[in-house]
Design a protein around this ligand. Structure first.
Ligand code: C2E
Ligand code: MG
Ligand code: MG
Ligand code: MG
Length: 277
């Protein structure tokens, strides 16, 4: 089939693949430096309830590269994951994210903080111990911490996943399944693991108000969550039509551009103070 596509196609893709490989190589070495030289920044995006009150925030990593400018996580998290650098980088995010939990403005509002954890970081030996150390160091309240993991992580190594989750869950930490519905959904693992929350992937929310099949998918996820007594966060809520569609169905938290774009942690916190005054 590749041959049938003709030579032009091959010629077209070769330089692009080479460019990608070079980009990867550069990013890998620069990423090591970025962690050391503090080029990474935590951004926060609000999670609000049906009344619009902020209940928590998700930590989203940003890399301010001195020459390339802002590098989105989609172009460096996968590289960090493949090279193993994610362990160090992920620890850094966890430490900073937990420190945010003790910030007076965050604590006064009893906000939760959600932090993305990648599979390699989660399965790396000593993850539980490092989370414990970070909680002790920062003095963060584990019961206000949510770790977001993906379905892939859960499916891969069920026994190891269950053991790690149980230990962290015993500390009071919550687990959320991120991008729910995009991976291999299985009711079996949802029942067996100490999961507290499902985040409906934004690809289902996008067209749900107009598209009956997407609406049906959202309804199915909400029914599952209700049966398993899991809380729900809808991601990618961009319009009032999205919010209205969801509000008519179930109680949940909303996250998306309608309520605010991810903002630098200090900007997000400053806006909390303004809200309250
Ligand atoms: P995610 O965890 O599913 O995060 C949600 C993504 O959706 C974020 O992209 C956020 O900026 C974006 N988003 C939020 N609201 C809206 C909306 O209304 N419309 C649209 N179109 N997008 C919206 P971002 O910040 O580029 O992050 C992409 C992914 O990178 C994240 O997806 C997460 O998987 C990963 N990531 C980000 N920070 C970290 C981190 O610290 N550690 C790890 N392991 N992964 C991270
Ligand atoms: Mg997430
Ligand atoms: Mg997500
Ligand atoms: Mg997503």
């Amino acid at each position: 089939q590749a041959k049938a596509a003709g030579r032009n196609v091959v010629r077209f893709f070769e330089p692009e693949m080479q460019a990608r490989a070079e980009m990867r190589f550069m990013l890998e070495s620069e990423l090591r430096r970025a962690v050391e030289q503090e080029e990474l920044r935590l951004f926060l995006q609000a999670q609000v309830d049906a009344r619009g009150a902020i209940r928590g925030a998700e930590v989203l990593l940003r890399w301010h590269h001195p020459r390339r400018g802002l590098v989105p996580p989609a172009s460096f998290i996968p590289i960090a994951e493949e090279t193993g650098l994610i362990v160090e980088l992920g620890d850094w995010v966890l430490r900073r994210g937990c420190a945010l939990l003790t910030h007076p403005e965050i604590a006064a509002n009893s906000l939760r903080i959600s932090i993305n954890v990648s599979p390699r970081q989660f399965h790396h030996a000593g993850f539980v111990g490092r989370v414990r150390d970070i909680l002790t160091e920062t003095g963060a309240d584990p019961s206000r911490l949510t770790l977001e993991v993906t379905e892939g992580l859960v499916i891969d190594k069920v026994h190891q996943t269950a053991a790690t989750m149980s230990e962290l869950s015993a500390l009071g930490i919550h687990f959320s399944i991120d991008d729910f519905g995009t991976g291999y959904s299985s009711l079996a693992y949802l029942k067996r693991l100490p999961i507290n929350e499902l985040k409906i992937d934004r690809s289902f929310i996008q067209d749900a108000p107009e598209d009956p099949s997407d609406a049906a998918l959202v309804d199915t996820i909400l029914a599952m969550a209700a049966h398993l007594r899991l809380s729900v966060v809808a991601e990618g809520v961009e319009t009032q039509a999205h919010a209205d569609f969801l509000a008519a169905r179930a109680e949940m938290l909303y996250q998306g551009y309608l309520y605010g774009r991810p903002a630098p942690a200090e900007v997000f916190i400053a806006s909390l103070a303004q809200h309250r005054d």
